[in-house]
Design a protein around this ligand. Structure first.
Ligand code: ATP
Ligand code: MG
Length: 174
């Protein structure tokens, strides 16, 4: 049977959306699949997952950063320009038919920031090759995205170390 590409969304306000997306990418890479990851909003720092993929799957997993870092340290126009460039790259990658799985990390914020409309996102998703799985992460996924998706998981925060004042730590947050 031909692969049925799924649209998978990890949303909600709890931790684990991006790490679950990378876990999915790791699973696909282990099965010999070609993976492309585009990280929106994020800065340039090397995360553990980026280092791990570069070490283990340099040919099979591509990772692109389409962000400038934290929004409160940047002017909005810079953030938007980087995100828009990332969105254009996402379009090329999705239509290229060169991948089995593409992760669009923190994509949901592009709608909230008014950088890309939900309709534009869905238009691109509808044009994708049939075999292509898409994984989208970010808080507050819009209703249209949720409706279109095949698999939606909401991470719900019960506790987070941040509430105790414990800051981001290597290997846990990055
Ligand atoms: P992760 O990358 O660890 O899987 P995430 O993708 O679910 O987390 P984001 O919304 O992208 O989370 O936020 C990124 C950062 O915010 C992470 O360092 C994460 O630990 C932190 N974070 C996530 N949820 C909460 C929360 N409920 N309270 C405080 N910080 C949070
Ligand atoms: Mg995330």
């Amino acid at each position: 049977m031909a692969t049925q590409g799924l649209v998978i969304i990890n949303t909600g306000h709890g931790k684990g959306k991006t790490t679950a997306a990378f876990g999915q990418a790791l699973r696909a890479a282990g099965q010999g699949m070609k993976v492309c990851i585009i990280q929106f909003i994020k800065g340039q720092g090397k995360t553990g997952e980026a280092l791990a993929f570069a070490a283990a799957f340099p040919e099979q997993v591509e990772l692109h950063l389409a962000g400038t870092g934290f929004t409160w340290q940047q002017d909005m126009e810079t953030v938007k320009a980087a995100a828009l460039a990332g969105w254009q790259l996402a379009g090329e990658k999705i239509l290229s038919d060169a991948y089995d799985l593409i992760v669009l990390d923190e994509l949901t914020y592009l709608i909230g920031f008014g950088i890309v409309s939900e309709e534009e996102i869905l238009d691109l998703f509808r044009q994708r090759p049939q075999r292509l799985h898409l994984v989208i992460t970010g808080r507050d996924a819009s209703s249209g995205l949720i409706e279109y998706a095949d698999l939606v998981t909401e991470m719900h925060a019960l506790k987070h170390p941040y509430q105790k004042g414990i800051k981001a730590q290597k290997g846990i947050e990055f």
